[in-house]
Design a protein around this ligand. Structure first.
Ligand code: ZN
Length: 290
């Protein structure tokens, strides 16, 4: 059995934390699955809307409310849109690692995944001049060997697991640990808005009002539980005007909750590390013990 993570103390008397995160998947979301998708001009333009229109709109929105965020950027996105990625940095936001070509991680060997991590790191460092401290697996799909690879490369935190309401220290072999800042599919705009023919979605594109209702209810629940609200939005989806408008209403509301610490994931991870929590081990289900 694995023990649950104990609740944590937030700084300055705050009762909960919140972070608005953005995954700038752009074209990589499809190219990582098959480079053949690059032949689809219209679909590529749907993805390009993220960096070209969505990111600038979101940066303006965040600046209006003085909210700093974390942007997870595949290395290829950084190479294709270096000025957009540098504008995110200039806005005071954090850039974190999100694969090189948004590669699906399921079934990859440790060596294959290590090569992707290094390629992504090189691309982000070349464009921003900074080495990221945070990682989010494409599709939130970690392998059991992934945390060790992240620790080998000096990452402070990961944000891809779903087994707690707040950050914790994840134990890694050789007496190491990584901060884990949990996410969940209910707090992802992909499930609400993403329709790409022959790739993703049911064809039902939800109203921004419905998305905002789900996210607002989750926020209030996590706030009452002393947890950490981590919303994941994609600029190619939530950068559209009606969606950005309801997102802005939520950003405004969360930012004005004085009991909630709204900041970047790296700030949350650094705070969690200062608490010197006992690392939790998560055990892979043993096929011989089912
Ligand atoms: Zn992604």
């Amino acid at each position: 059995m694995t023990t649950p993570a104990a609740p944590i103390m937030w700084p300055n008397g705050k009762k909960a934390a919140a972070c608005f995160t953005f995954d700038v998947d752009a074209e990589s979301a499809l190219l990582g699955v098959s480079v053949e998708h690059g032949n689809r001009m219209s679909v590529m333009s749907h993805q390009a809307y993220g960096p070209l229109v969505g990111v600038p709109r979101i940066l303006d929105l965040l600046a209006r409310h003085e909210v700093r965020s974390t942007f997870f950027v595949p290395g290829y996105t950084a190479r294709r849109y270096p000025d957009v990625v540098r504008a995110i940095v200039d806005g005071g936001h954090e850039i974190a690692h999100h694969g090189y070509l948004h590669e699906p991680m399921t079934g990859l060997t440790e060596q294959q995944e290590a090569a992707i991590l290094d390629r992504g790191l090189d691309a982000l460092e070349a464009v921003t001049g900074q080495r990221p401290v945070g990682y989010r697996a494409p599709m939130w799909e970690l392998n059991w060997h992934s945390p060790g690879l992240l620790a080998d490369r000096g990452f402070l935190y990961d944000s891809s697991l779903m087994d707690a309401d707040h950050p914790y220290e994840l134990a890694i072999p050789d007496n190491r640990s990584l901060i884990e800042i949990p996410i969940q599919w209910a707090l992802d705009d992909w499930e609400q808005y993403c329709y790409i023919p022959d790739f993703s979605g049911s064809g039902l594109i939800e109203s921004p009002r419905k998305a905002a209702e789900i996210w607002g209810l989750e926020f209030e629940g996590l706030r009452a539980a002393g947890g950490c609200f981590v919303l994941t939005n994609h600029p190619f989806l939530s950068g559209r005007p009606s969606r950005a408008k309801v997102l802005e209403e939520l950003v405004h509301y969360v930012k004005t909750c004085e009991d909630v610490w709204t900041t970047t994931l790296s700030e949350i991870a650094h705070h969690t590390r200062t608490l010197k929590l006992t690392p939790r081990s998560i055990h892979r289900p043993d096929p011989d013990d089912l």
